[in-house]
Design a protein around this ligand. Structure first.
Ligand code: AHR
Length: 516
């Protein structure tokens, strides 16, 4: 099978923002406790941060980290997580039906972000709390001193303000599973009032309003429109969430489903711009895709995904990712890159243990899941100007399954090309990087890339992630069962790149170029 890609140095989608490569730490299962934080672990530093996990986080290279939830934030009293640890209350967490010991809170998270070299992104509780708790948290974190909340932070040992810029106004407030779920009108009002007060405390904040928690929510579209009618002037971002699934055990459709993220992004852009047009406003909201991943084996109903008895840090949502999952995940990476003009923040949900690229054993080692690799390659190699790829590829028919994944919930989709591709030009450093997914499970793909207006100096690196067993996984016993290998057979001549992509493969090809 043959495919042709054409790119032109001067035909660009947009520049990637560093925040496009973010991830997410929620108080959920063993993401915090036994994940990033495990005092007493042989690898723990003096603050209880696992050094082995920090080393993997640096290799993964997320740029911004969302915290503390997720569903958890809709019942969280941030005051419980600050001050002397021995005085912090233990609470029932109704999001994940567990006991929250509060031995890790906002200040520990900020210290961890500094150690991991990532920007913090905080979410405020617009479920059980509201604007008052939100503005107090901003004052606690960002005000230099001389007020009750800022002096409280200083008395807790953090003299300098945390200077947190990016804030999420609640989480998935459209979802009935959320503590104090709201209608669009109710949420639009509380988001507006919270935004106003938070920015009065610190005008430098950038705020994201909650969009729909999924594209298949019945309220999708109407929700965004009504929420933005209220808070358009007060926010910079609207959020999107997507979890790809293979409930139907239909690998070709699963690999195609990442393309629904493209549709979702384009639809939300249209709605945000329609709200702007009604106001004759030149303001353009940006998109924060602040939860995305593959998630289905450990999803399902609340009863099935929680553990009775209110445990601390239960082993829940510990999705083990296969080779096939990594391919679908790679498709999602390409969707994000190809919308770099409007998606200016995104968070892989999540970071450690709970639906995560990094796994740990409590008291034991840490290792990389299959999805670790496409993310690390995207974050380390995908910064720059995303060029518009013209893809000529054979296509295939597929279906879309909503999260229930049954035949009754099957919808037809337009045919999708076997090849999915993004091209990023780093003009400062002089690299062109191609991210390439061959969705054919049977055929190799003979690829030709025509690069216009670019002087290719040679190959820098070429790697593939593929395996004849799409069910293969990494584990404690076999941590490197799936890992990238060298992509052979890449040729560069006369501005043309040619390569042979294996069936069911994720690939990167990086060329050296003249800088600027
Ligand atoms: O990431 C897991 C959960 O998925 C988050 O807590 C919630 O926001 C979403 O439904």
């Amino acid at each position: 099978m043959k495919a042709q890609v054409t790119i032109d140095r001067d035909v660009a989608i947009g520049d990637t923002h560093d925040r496009l490569f973010g991830a997410f730490v929620e108080h959920l299962g063993r993401c915090v406790y036994g994940g990033i934080f495990e005092p007493g672990h042989p690898e723990a530093d003096e603050k209880g941060f696992r050094r082995d996990v920090l080393a993997l986080v640096k290799e993964l290279a997320p740029t911004i980290m969302r915290y503390p939830g997720g569903n958890f934030v809709s019942g969280y009293n941030w005051e419980d997580g600050v001050g002397p640890v021995e005085q912090r209350p233990r609470r029932l967490d109704l999001a994940w039906m567990s006991t929250e010991p509060n031995t890790f809170g906002t200040n520990e998270f900020i210290d961890w972000c500094r150690a991991a070299d990532v920007e913090p992104m905080l979410a405020v509780n617009l479920g059980t709390r509201g604007a008052d708790a939100a503005r107090n948290l901003v004052e606690y974190c960002n005000h230099p001193g001389g007020t009750a909340w800022s002096d409280l932070r200083r008395s807790h040992g953090w003299e300098k303000p945390h200077d947190i810029k990016f804030w999420c106004l609640g989480n998935e407030v459209d979802g009935p599973w959320q503590m104090e779920h709201k209608t669009a009108r109710e949420y639009g009002r509380v988001a507006t009032e919270s935004a106003k007060m938070m920015k009065w405390v610190d005008p430098s904040l950038e705020l994201a309003a909650c969009g729909s928690s999924a594209r298949n929510m019945p309220t999708f579209g109407a929700w965004e429109r009504e929420v933005l009618e209220h808070c358009f002037e007060h926010v910079e971002f609207i959020s999107l969430h997507t979890y790809l699934n293979n409930y139907a055990d239909d690998m070709p459709s699963f690999l195609a489903s990442a393309d629904l993220m493209d549709s979702f992004i384009e639809e939300v852009v249209s709605i945000a711009d329609a709200v702007a047009a009604e106001r004759r406003s030149s303001k353009r909201l940006m998109l924060s895709f602040d939860e995305w991943n593959v998630w289905y084996r450990t999803r399902g109903k609340k009863e099935g995904r929680t553990v009775p008895g209110w445990p601390v840090a239960p082993k829940i949502l510990e999705e083990i990712y296969t080779m096939g999952d990594a391919l679908a995940f790679g498709g999602a990476c390409i969707s994000l890159l190809n919308h770099a003009d409007r998606v200016k923040a995104a968070c892989l949900a999540q970071l450690v243990n709970a639906i995560a690229p990094i796994m740990t054993e409590t008291g034991g080692p840490a290792w990389r899941q299959t999805i670790f690799y496409p993310f690390a390659q995207m974050s380390n190699l995908g910064r720059g100007r995303v060029l518009r790829s013209r893809v000529e590829s054979p296509t295939y028919a597929t279906s879309y399954y909503d999260p229930r994944g049954t035949q009754e919930h099957r919808f037809s989709m337009p045919e999708v090309p076997y090849l999915k591709c993004a091209a990023v030009h780093d003009r400062d450093e002089g690299f062109l990087t191609l991210f390439l997914l061959n969705r054919s499970l049977d055929d190799v793909l003979d690829l030709r890339v025509d690069t216009r207006g670019m002087e290719l100096l040679g190959l820098d690196r070429a790697e593939q992630l593929c395996d004849s067993d799409l069910a293969a996984v990494n584990s404690r016993e076999q941590p490197e069962r799936i890992k990238p290998s060298i992509l052979e057979q890449v040729r560069i001549a006369d501005g043309q790149i040619s390569a042979v992509l294996q069936p069911g493969s994720w690939n990167i090809i990086r060329m050296k170029m003249l800088a600027a």
